[in-house]
Design a protein around this ligand. Structure first.
Ligand code: NDP
Length: 497
């Protein structure tokens, strides 16, 4: 594979001069560095697995203390490479550390060997299941939350006893290296966590490097390429991909709270949030008051570099063009620009845009926009809201605002999404015990929680014969009388009950 050309660290040029300069980092290592990293990780994995749950917990918590203690430094690195406001970067690290803490402290409870019932036919067997590490996990991460998102895989994979080779986005290599460097300081010894920087070619090399599982977070289009590359070596994958999340507002909802949540979920991080809000469906009787309140909030929200800016720039220059295309298409198809419009796109910033009555076949409804735009459409009733929300090929998360607990429970059950927040947006992000992942084009597999730990582990079943079975069928010289007795018992148990 040809070596990749060195790309500038981060997007400082796009962000503007007021953003702190990113520290000087070496050139990307590129695809050529992947094989050696995976070979090193293979050795480290044995050492790491040998530490056991208690030893790994101690090491993970040492790393956690470093991240928490140096949160300002890490937040500055995030800000330097993404341009997001300092407060958002601090919040991102806080969320990531909560998950790391949970994974470190719960791995033993979730994964240790435990007895399971043996059942009637094997009453003489003691049965147990335990979860063993897979070995080496490849993690490929995006740039939008360069700490929180990859750590959702890395923390849980490490806690399950695996070594990790991490390929950060080419837009946030400094964050990736910082995390691996801090690991090396906090946990001296074999390289259990390594970062290999580079672009897509480096990610593709990691897919083909013989890792035991590949955890990918990024766009659906790249997820398909990752799966195809992993298929060559039958490497299993977790795909955490894009979203087009809907927020449903019932007529009985607190409309001010719903509008505030829509603004936060839609405009926060410049809309560059996989599980951010992109579509809003409002019951008709609440539609105008909701739209008015959301419009007020959108008008008082401004992006920028200043400390009090509500959000920062589009991190990658190409994304502004996607946002502009979606706005233009929505208006051309008959949608109404309530706040902002095509002129809101002034790279690297995009001002908040609220589009109303946008046809459901518009790009702004069907495709991930990943910008600070909200489509707000009225619906006849909540049935229509669910129908429209579920019409997407994506299914990452969804939100419901209603004054009725019963309505919330019914809608949460009917929405085709991996997570649902009621009377809030992104409520699940800060709950480490909850698994996270999507359906459809949003991907498959789960990070976070007990499911996230098991995602990076292999169940192993063990039975131990405690005594000879009174009716022993597992022998070549099985006696007919034994089978007859077993058949009678079998019918008593299953043919009548
Ligand atoms: P991309 O799909 O462009 O890139 C994701 C990662 O894949 C990057 O590290 C990228 O490297 C790498 N990559 C690119 N090409 C290949 C390849 N052929 N083989 C292997 N790896 C490759 O996504 P973005 O970085 O633009 O992130 C934004 C997307 O991520 C959005 O769609 C968003 O919804 C999604 N996302 C999903 C989340 C979830 O949990 N479901 C969370 C956060 C984001 P490089 O950057 O160096 O090109």
């Amino acid at each position: 594979m040809p070596p990749e050309t060195a790309k500038p660290t981060g997007t400082r040029g796009a962000v503007g001069t007021a953003v702190p300069a990113a520290p000087d980092h070496a050139a990307p290592e590129g695809p050529g560095a992947v094989a050696a990293a995976v070979a090193g990780a293979r050795v480290a994995a044995e050492w790491w697995a040998g530490l056991g749950f208690a030893g790994r917990r101690r090491a993970l918590l040492a790393w956690k203390r470093t991240l928490a203690g140096r949160i300002e430094e890490l937040a500055a690195q995030i800000r330097a490479e993404t341009g997001k406001p300092h407060g958002d970067a601090v919040l991102e690290v806080m969320l990531a550390v909560e998950h790391l803490d949970w994974a470190a402290k719960h791995a033993r409870t979730v994964l240790r060997r435990r007895r399971v019932p043996s059942g009637l036919l094997a009453a003489n067997q003691a049965a147990s299941v335990g979860y063993e590490p897979l070995g080496v996990i490849g993690v490929i991460g995006p740039w939008n939350y360069p700490v929180y998102t990859p750590l959702g895989s890395i923390s849980y994979a490490l806690a399950a006893g695996n070594a990790v080779v991490f390929k950060p986005s080419e837009h946030t290599p400094g964050v990736g290296r910082w995390l691996a460097d801090r690991w090396a300081e906090a946990v001296p010894g074999p390289a259990v966590l390594q970062a290999v920087t580079g672009g897509g070619e480096t990610g593709a090399a990691l897919c083909r490097a013989g890792v035991d599982k590949l955890a990918f977070t990024g766009s659906t289009a790249t997820g398909r390429k990752v799966m195809a590359a992993c298929a060559e070596t039958l490497t299993p994958v977790v795909v955490e991909a894009g979203g087009k999340d809907a927020l449903i507002v019932a007529a009985d909802a607190d409309l001010d709270a719903a509008a505030r949540a829509a603004a936060f979920g839609g405009f926060g991080n410049a809309g560059q949030t996989c599980a951010g809000v992109e579509r809003v469906y409002v019951e008709r009787s609440a539609y105008e008051p909701f739209l008015t309140r959301l419009g007020e909030l959108a008008k008082e929200t401004r992006p920028g570099d200043e400390p009090d800016a509500r959000y920062g720039p589009m991190t990658t220059p190409t994304q502004a063009a996607v946002v502009a295309a979606h706005i233009a298409d929505a208006i051309a198809k008959g949608g109404r620009a309530v706040v902002g419009g095509p002129a809101s796109v002034r790279p690297p910033y995009v001002d908040p845009v609220v589009l109303a009555e946008v046809p459901e076949d518009s790009l702004a409804v069907t495709e991930e926009t990943f910008g600070p735009t909200l489509v707000v459409n009225p619906v006849r009733d909540l049935d229509e809201a669910v129908e429209r929300a579920n019409a997407s090929r994506y299914g990452l998360a969804a939100s419901v605002f209603t004054g009725s607990g019963r309505t919330a429970a019914v809608l949460a059950g009917r929405l085709r999404a991996g997570a649902v927040s009621v009377n809030a947006v992104l409520g699940f992000a800060a709950v480490p015990a909850l698994p996270f992942g999507g359906v459809g084009d949003s991907g498959f597999g789960r990070i976070h929680g007990a499911d996230g730990l098991r995602e990076f582990a292999r169940p192993k079943s063990v039975t131990r014969q405690r005594f000879a079975a009174p009716i022993d069928l597992l022998r070549l010289d099985r006696r007919p009388a034994a089978l007859e007795r077993a058949s009678r018992l079998f019918k008593l148990r299953h043919a009548r009950g």
